[in-house]
Design a protein around this ligand. Structure first.
Ligand SMILES: *[C@@H]1O[C@H](CO)[C@@H](O)[C@H](O)[C@H]1NC(C)=O
Ligand SMILES: *[C@@H]1O[C@H](CO)[C@@H](O)[C@H](O)[C@H]1NC(C)=O
Length: 363
């Protein structure tokens, strides 16, 4: 009797110890998201703007089968990253009235479709949350969470969190190249504009760092000239638009260099860069290898390549979204988003600088 009692309490003690040591690991880190439509999960639903995805057929493959404001047929990149880092649900849009109390501890999504690095990007979309404002909201988030758990614990939560920032594509598409002879294109040659964008982006990243971000995933732009919208509007021979490809080819390597420079200045790898151009290029050059029937035609849209105008209930809609790399004229399908996140998580140094996200979070 005595020995079995001893055995049992030892077991219980052991079990309790196991729970104590396992519990902190099981608790997922917080996740913060900044940027444009590639990562907006619905903030623009609450704003007076034309940049929105809150009507069908957006969300047709989302678990609820309803539009949420995500620019995808289903999940977007932050949703899939959230899944991969073990969160039970992705962070809510910061403007959502649902995001309050302890839900704030899971993180927040500050992204807003249409925005760019520069304040004058996306002016045609009127009321959107520009980058400086997203960071103002992040400061407000600190104050709100400090009220819940105190400022020291809030600081720790933010330090340990994963931060994703996806911005820059609109500075070309919805600014420099929006109209012929745009103000920015008269002000800057393309190489000088890229330099200016990178220097402004660097300031935004430093502000994130100063607000406590210590694990920041920065994505480059995709192959801007190859999206169905540009194939429809600019391409003469069905090939990617050379001018926009030139922009992406100048911008992406300089972004990586800027991030390397920031890390070495800080003396620590705070930022990792995802070569989203290469990730997209893989399935754009060989869609069949990734299970797509096409990367040139959007699933939802109208006109050549289904690349003109918006995706609405009146648009052509493909029956099987998994066969299309692009859901609408600008945004990847959920299937393509999954391929991109797979590379972010575990890709080689060809895709991820200086390391992939799995290695980054394990350090
Ligand atoms: C954008 O606007 C804000 C607020 O007016 C300003 O603080 C910030 O410097 C501007 N950013 C750029 C890149 O001009
Ligand atoms: C992720 O990065 C680590 C460290 O660089 C590397 O060992 C691992 O192979 C990477 N994953 C892949 C699939 O390359």
């Amino acid at each position: 009797m005595a020995s079995s009692l001893y055995f049992n309490s030892f077991m219980i003690f052991g079990l309790a110890l196991a729970i104590l040591t396992v519990a902190p690991l099981a608790e997922a880190i917080a996740f913060f998201v900044f940027g444009d439509s590639l990562v907006d999960s619905g903030n623009n639903n609450y704003l007076a703007t034309t940049a929105r995805a809150d009507a069908p057929p957006y969300g047709i493959d989302y678990p609820t089968r309803r539009p949420t404001g995500r620019f995808s047929n289903g999940l977007n990149i932050p949703d899939i990253i959230s899944e991969q880092i073990g969160q039970s649900q992705p962070p809510f849009p910061y403007l959502s009235p649902v995001l309050k109390g302890h839900k704030l501890l899971n993180g927040a999504n500050f992204a807003s479709a249409g925005i760019g690095i520069l304040n004058d990007t996306g002016i045609q979309f009127l009321n959107i949350i520009r980058m400086f404002r997203q960071l103002d909201y992040f400061e407000e988030y600190h104050r709100r969470v400090s009220g819940l758990i105190g400022s020291q614990k809030t600081g720790e939560l933010v330090n340990k969190a994963l931060v994703l920032i996806t911005v820059g594509g609109n500075d070309f598409v919805n600014n420099y190249y929006l109209v012929p002879f745009s103000a920015r294109s008269r002000q800057f040659s393309l190489p000088d504009y890229v330099k200016y964008l990178i220097s402004e982006y660097r300031k935004l990243l430093m502000r994130l760092y100063n607000l406590g971000a210590r694990q920041v995933l920065v994505t480059g732009t995709g192959p801007l000239g190859c999206v169905p919208a540009e194939l429809a509007m600019r391409s003469t021979n069905g090939e990617c638009s050379e001018e926009l490809q030139r922009a992406a080819a100048l911008y992406n390597p300089q972004l990586v260099e800027m991030i390397k420079g920031l890390n070495s200045e800080i003396g620590e790898n705070v930022f990792i860069a995802a070569n989203t151009q290469q990730m997209h290029m893989d399935f754009i050059s060989d869609p069949q290898a990734y299970g797509f029937t096409t990367s040139k035609v959007a699933c939802c849209g109208q006109g050549p390549n289904n690349g003109l105008g918006l995706c609405t209930v009146l648009s052509n809609l493909c029956p099987d979204r998994d066969h299309y790399a692009f859901w609408d004229p600008f945004h990847p399908s959920e299937k393509a988003n999954r391929i991109i996140v797979q590379q972010i998580m575990s890709g080689s140094t060809q895709y991820m600088t200086p390391m992939n996200l799995t290695t980054f979070l394990a350090n």
